[in-house]
Design a protein around this ligand. Sequence first.
Ligand code: ZN
Length: 360
Amino acid sequence: MTRPLPNRSPRSPLQCIVPPYMIEAMTRCGDPAVRGRAVGSLACAAAIHAVRDLSQKMPSMMAVPSPTGRRHRLVYDAKKKDRLPGRLVRSEGQKPRKDVAVNEAYDHSGATFDFFHELFGRNSLDDAGMSLISSVHVGEVDDRGRYVPMDNAYWDGSQMAYGDGDGVVFTRFTRSLDVVGHELTHGVQAFTSNLVYRGQSGALNEHFSDVFGVLVRQWKEGVSVEKASWLVGADVLMPAATRRAIRDMEHPGTAFVDDPVLGTDPQPAHMDAIYTGPADRGGVHINSGIPNRAFVLAAQAIGGKSWETAGRIWYDAMLQLSRSSDFKECARITAQVASDRFGAAERKAVAAAWKKVGVA
Ligand SMILES: [Zn+2]
């Protein structure tokens, strides 16, 4: 039995949670330990080797049938190396291991599966029962034989990979349910809109991953929109007064401010400040701040629990967008879905939210 593979060519980009501008800031840091590790992690350097190995292994692995409508999780230990997937350490239904990263990857991918299944009737990433494959402890060994943990988590088109973090700026990436949900939503997108990972379509790709990553967490916590946190990756940052998260969907540009290592969050909150340069594949992690804020404004205006109405609208829209959709088209489609599925009040809330961030 074979199942369709996600639409990914061997050269398509890894979709990492930590954007290149944060890693680059770390390479300029005065602390040689942070600088060294950042250089090691630059542009997911460790991951690039991993993918090469994976692309050869994956076809046979992907062909393993998984039960339909049920979770099928496989967690591997990359054993501090950059070869994926590594050694299988926990399969679906097996009891917890001593390794906390293994159990976090298992539990959080299960919560993400349940979120999409219970709310939207989606049977895994491909809607055909695809196995959820995670590798933990991804990293590499430097010239002196020391372990360099990856300062990132990524979706590579077929599976998840998680680093342990440097222990100075980042801690292990499996800790955060919204990070796991973010990466797995890249998987859902690969089988649906498959938005091109560059420019505005790429920023929408990042945006949908942030939306559903955060909604998985809010759903698991059962919190209403008034009490909800809109931070992405708060659990993977080592605490400091100058940093709260990787991104802040409600207040883009404030997740980290004047941080001695990370600098200041470059995300714009309005079209007035949209980034038009070449970095970060045309600002995929930067300009996602604009639709992110629109989503939060819409969810707040609608009220209740964010996944029930706003989340449903955005899920339907994600399935309707095309590869090259831009912010304007996303605004149009979300307003249309709001009207068709809910009504005039919801349509008004969604349209007003986009207008507030400068997308008419
Ligand atoms: Zn991402």
